[in-house]
Structures are given as C-alpha cells and as structure tokens.
Design a protein around this ligand. Sequence first.
Ligand code: SAM
Length: 231
Amino acid sequence: MSQNEKETRISNIVSQLSLCAEHNVLIYDKCAREYDDLAEVFGFDVPRRIADCCMKNLSLPKGTTVKSCTALDVAAGTGITAEALKKAGFTGAIDGFDGSSEMVKVAATKQIHRTIVQHLALPNHPLPFAGKTYDVVVIGSAMNPGHVPHECLHDFLDLLKPGGILLFNVSHLTTTDPDGQASGSVRRILQDMSKEGKGECILDEVNSLNLGLCCFIRLVVCWWSCYFIRI
Ligand SMILES: C[S@@+](CC[C@H](N)C(=O)[O-])C[C@H]1O[C@@H](n2cnc3c(N)ncnc32)[C@H](O)[C@@H]1O
C-alpha cells in the first residue's frame, strides 16, 4: 500500500469510530492486522513518550530492580506501548488487555506481554486483575471519546501498589467530544482523586504532536496532554 493509500485507509477507519466503545472495538477488530503498518504512517510517538516518562519516574523499593516490577498495559492494542516500554528498558513483566479480540490476537503473536486478555473497560465492569498488583499502569492513546471511559481511572488506580504510577494521554481537541475538550472530565477526576488523597498528579504535560496527517489531526486529535500520577 502506498503512503497515500494508507492515509486514505486511516481516514476511512477514523471516520467509522463513534462515541460507543462496544462499536469501536469492532472497528479495531477489522483493522487489527494492518494497525502497526498504518500507525507507522503518522509517526505516532506517544508510546515512546509514555515509556520514557515511566522509566524516569519509576520508584524502585530498596533492594529491587526494574526486572521485579510489573506493568499493566490498558487497551494494549497490538502492543505498541508495551514494545516502547521494553525498548526504554522496562525489563519487568507486562500484562495487558484490550477490548478488541483481534488486536489481542496480534499482540499475543509478538509475545511482549506476560499475559494479554480481551476485556472491555467500562464503569462498573470489574477488571480481571487483582488490586494493588502493579508498579505501573499505562494507557496509551485510549482515553479518547468512545474508547476507555475516564471514570475507569479510579479502577486503574486501585490496581497500583503504593507508590505506583499511572501514565496516560488524552486528546485536547476532538470533533467527537461534545464540549470539544476531552481533558475536561479528566481534570475533574484528577482533582477529586487529589482531594480524596487517592493519588497526586505530579506531571501534567501538554504536547503538540506533529502527527503529520491532516485527516487524522482534524478528525481525532491535535493536542495531547500526558498525565503522570503517583499514589
Ligand atoms: C488507538 S488504539 C491504542 C492501542 C495501543 N495502546 C497503542 O498505543 O498503540 C486504542 C485501543 O483501545 C482499545 N479500546 C477502546 N476502548 C476500549 C475499552 N473501553 N476497553 C478496552 N480497550 C478499549 C481498542 O480496541 C484499541 O486497541
């Protein structure tokens, strides 16, 4: 497929996404086998940013090494964020889940995750992971409208060990978010977390990513915020 054909294909996929996660994972099912190839087109560097931020901020209990740490890759897709974590030096075990069974199948062939399962994250839909288990939870490019609901952040925090970190990015500008500010509800949730003493947002970094693909920028995102929370 030529560069132009790939851009058209991405535009076509993006145009099928809606505000409904159940619907969207079926779209991801259909493009799972071509996802990595297409992702390369827009030089998407969120996974690398998340991985670098993780390695800079990982706190290791005395006498332990990164190898003994565990991470959970939320909405893991084909495993691009987990791959970036490994590349950045995360040598611990990484578990993952994704709502699309086909994305999970592709990720499983890469054998980056210790375990990877199909699970759709929704409010009041218990996660198949034990609480206080992980040193790191990463959510790469999946906290968008019609993807992982922001309310689920509470559930992900519960999975962290004390001192663990949660890293995610959200889009600032979307055409699908009713108020055009996807980060608004995240900010409210983070403020509540802080008030309740559940976690503290110690890095809130706004990035402009040069995605280099107008259709993608127009339809989905032009600014990202990266959040880093320590509990
Ligand atoms: C843009 S992809 C990002 C994948 C991967 N994290 C990465 O960095 O490449 C979004 C992923 O979120 C998954 N997804 C969307 N909504 C979800 C939900 N509510 N629960 C679990 N996975 C979800 C999709 O199936 C898709 O694989």
